[in-house]
Design a protein around this ligand. Structure first.
Ligand SMILES: NCCOCCOCCNC(=O)c1ccc(S(N)(=O)=O)cc1
Ligand SMILES: [Zn+2]
Length: 261
């Protein structure tokens, strides 16, 4: 109970002074996924993920998280299928994590927090000319969420972890190439999906969320490496980048569908 209280306190961390939900928001994220309330949809297709590692560009600290960004000027790293009606292009991936292992994820499953959560952000390049336009449309974005749990060291993640000291401060950026983010996605095909929003400003209600049921395992040293990053720029008083997750938002009139029985 104390960790939940602390988690609520953490979730009200200064980073989230903005209102818990945007006025009039009816599909805000993140949410708690109540497993037994999710509805199996037999018409959901398998998600098809095709990433080209040579589209990987750089890692940067944007003051909220660290992002790995991709060249999205063509359909070279894409997802299709699942709940999606179009093909979506990979733009970036990033993480959310806690100060300690008791919390850190944005979504929860049956009110359980994971220590961290990966978001792979894609946009609908079939219907919209740019990411910035897609961000404003109800079917503009598709984000794959993957939970991280404490366990064995993740070799694929380690190449990212090794680069983090170079982006310790806000606005730092380094070249990063030849990385295939599919190594961070569990092979189990099962996922939940629901209509939601960005979890940081501008909080637009443009995201089809695809949350993988199975977590990936990372070790304590790898989680600790995330916590060595800073929200602050070089020269400012240091503030550790931790608890960069948004509080849970009301489900309102939404159903979470599952791709599995
Ligand atoms: N900043 C004002 C102009 O906004 C233009 C669009 O900017 C969008 C920036 N934010 C994002 O791209 C963005 C992407 C993914 C997520 S999340 N955590 O929901 O996956 C949150 C935010
Ligand atoms: Zn995110």
């Amino acid at each position: 109970a104390c960790s939940r209280k602390n988690a609520r306190k953490a979730a009200l961390h200064p980073l989230w002074q903005s209102p818990l939900t945007i006025p009039g928001g009816t599909r805000q994220s993140p949410i708690n996924i109540q497993w037994r309330d999710s509805v199996y949809d037999p018409f959901l297709k398998p998600l098809k993920i095709s990433y080209d590692p040579t589209t990987c560009l750089h890692i940067w600290n944007n003051g909220y998280s660290f992002l790995v960004e991709f060249d999205d000027s063509a359909d070279r790293s894409t997802i299709v299928g699942g709940p999606l009606e179009n093909q979506y292009r990979l733009k970036q991936f990033h993480f959310h994590w806690g100060a300690i292992n008791d919390w850190g994820s944005e979504h929860t499953v049956d009110s359980k927090f994971y220590p961290a959560e990966l978001h792979l952000v894609h946009w609908n390049a079939v219907e919209y000319p740019s990411f910035e336009e897609a961000v404003m449309e109800g079917n503009g974005l598709a984000v794959i969420g993957v939970f991280l749990k404490l366990g064995a060291r993740h070799e694929g993640l380690q190449t990212l972890v090794d680069a983090l000291p170079a982006v310790r401060h806000k606005d730092a950026v380094i070249e990063f190439d030849d990385f295939d983010p599919s190594c961070l996605i569990p092979s189990c095909p099962d996922y939940w999906t629901y209509a939601g929003s960005l979890t940081t400003p501008p909080l637009t209600e443009s995201v089809t969320w695809i949350i993988k049921k199975k977590p990936i395992e990372v070790d304590e040293n790898q989680l600790e490496a995330f916590r060595t990053l800073l929200f602050t720029s070089d020269g400012e008083e240091e503030r550790r980048m931790v608890d960069n997750f948004r509080p849970l938002q009301p489900l309102m009139n939404r159903t979470v569908r599952s791709s599995f029985r």
